[in-house]
Design a protein around this ligand. Structure first.
Ligand code: NCD
Length: 307
C-alpha cells in the first residue's frame, strides 16, 4: 500500500490507508521514546526551498529515531541553486544521494515534478497553497487520538483559507471521513477557492461559509486556526486589509463547548492569544509533537521496513 509510494496530496489516499498509517503511528509513539535502528544505512534527502521549523525538524527527528540519516539542502544560498542550477538537476542529484526525498517549494506542482523526475519516493512537505499532505495526516491523527473519531464532529477552520496549504490540505483530509459539518471561517477575501468547495460538494460534505468565529463558536467540536499567509499575497495592501482581523482569546471561548479542541499547524503569529495556551482547549503543541511518530510511521512504510 505504501511501499515506494510518493506522497503528493492527501487526496491520493483512501481512508483505509490512513487508518493503517495511524495504527503504525500509535506504535511509533512508543518506539520514539527509546529509538530503534530499523533504518540504519538509509538516507533521507531534504530539499527545502521555503522556511520550515516543525516539518523539517520532525522529519529529521523521525529519521534519526529510526536509526537513519539526513542530508539537507536547506541553505539555498550556499548551494548550486544560487549559481542557477535548475530544480530538475537538483532533484536528480538528490536522488543519487538518498533513499527518499522530502521537498518544500513555493510553487504548486513542484513535488509532482520531482516525482516525475525521480525514481525514489518523494514526500511533499508543502508546495504552493494547496498541498501539505503530511500535515493533514498529523491533524487527522491528532483528532482521532484525542476524540476517538472524526465522523460526526463539527469542525471549524479559521483563517487564511485561500492561501493556506495546511488549512486546505486539512479540508481535503476531512473529505475522507464523515464530519457532521465543516464551518469555514475567514475574512471575505480569504475564502476557500472554488475548486476546494467543489470537492466538498462532490464528496457531499455539509459546510458553511462564515466571516466571524463568534457566530459559530458554540457549535464547534474542533477549531483549526491558521495564520494569514502574508508571504503569499500578491499585493501588500491586500494583506494590510485583513491583518489582525481574527483572534481567539478567553472572551470568545466563554461560549465554547467544554471539550472544544483548538488546533493550529503553527507557526502562530497573533491569531491565538497566549493566555489560551494554559487552557484545556489548547491542543496545538500536542499536535506538533505527533509530527515525529507520524512521520516515523510514514517513512517506515514507504521504505518497506514496516508492513
Ligand atoms: C505550515 C506551512 O508551511 O504550510 N507550516 C507547517 O508546516 N506546520 C503552515 C504555515 O506556515 O502557516
Amino acid at each position: 500500500m505504501f511501499r515506494n509510494r510518493d506522497v503528493l496530496s492527501i487526496l491520493d489516499f483512501e481512508k483505509e490507508e490512513l487508518e493503517k498509517l495511524f495504527s503504525i503511528t500509535r506504535l511509533m509513539e512508543n518506539v520514539a521514546i527509546c529509538g530503534t535502528n530499523i533504518l540504519e544505512g538509509k538516507i533521507l534527502g531534504e530539499l527545502f526551498f521555503e522556511p520550515s521549523t516543525r516539518t523539517r525538524l520532525s522529519f529529521q527527528s523521525a529519521m534519526y529515531r529510526l536509526g537513519g540519516s539526513v542530508i539537507s539542502l536547506s541553505n539555498i544560498l550556499a548551494s548550486s541553486i544560487a549559481k542557477g542550477e535548475n530544480l530538475a538537476d537538483t532533484i536528480r542529484m538528490m536522488e543519487a544521494y538518498s533513499d527518499l526525498i522530502v521537498i518544500r517549494h513555493k510553487i504548486e506542482g513542484a513535488a509532482k515534478l520531482a516525482a516525475e523526475i525521480s525514481n525514489i519516493p518523494i514526500i511533499n512537505a508543502g508546495d504552493g497553497t494547496q498541498h501539505h499532505p503530511t500535515q493533514a495526516m498529523i491533524d487527522l491523527y491528532t483528532i482521532k487520538k484525542y476524540r476517538g473519531k472524526i465522523n460526526g464532529l463539527n469542525i471549524g477552520i479559521l483563517g487564511d483559507l485561500k492561501y493556506g496549504r495546511a488549512a486546505t490540505s486539512f479540508i481535503y483530509g476531512l473529505t475522507l471521513y464523515n464530519p457532521n459539518k465543516i464551518y469555514l471561517i475567514s475574512p471575505e477575501s480569504l475564502k476557500p477557492r472554488e475548486r476546494v468547495l467543489k470537492i466538498l460538494d462532490q464528496k457531499k460534505i455539509e459546510y458553511g461559509l462564515h466571516n466571524d468565529v463568534k457566530d459559530v463558536i458554540d457549535k464547534i467540536d474542533v477549531l483549526y486556526v491558521t495564520r494569514i499567509q502574508k508571504e503569499r499575497f500578491p499585493h501588500p495592501a491586500e494583506y494590510e486589509a485583513v491583518k489582525g482581523s481574527y483572534r481567539i482569546d478567553l472572551k470568545i471561548l466563554e461560549n465554547a463547548k467544554k471539550d472544544l479542541m483548538i488546533m493550529h499547524p503553527l507557526p502562530r503569529i497573533d491569531e491565538i492569544s497566549l493566555e489560551v495556551d494554559k487552557t484545556p482547549y489548547a491542543y496545538y503543541f500536542k499536535q506538533a509533537s505527533l509530527g515525529v511518530p507520524l512521520r516515523m510511521a510514514l517513512i517506515s512504510l514507504i521504505l518497506g521496513v514496516v508492513k
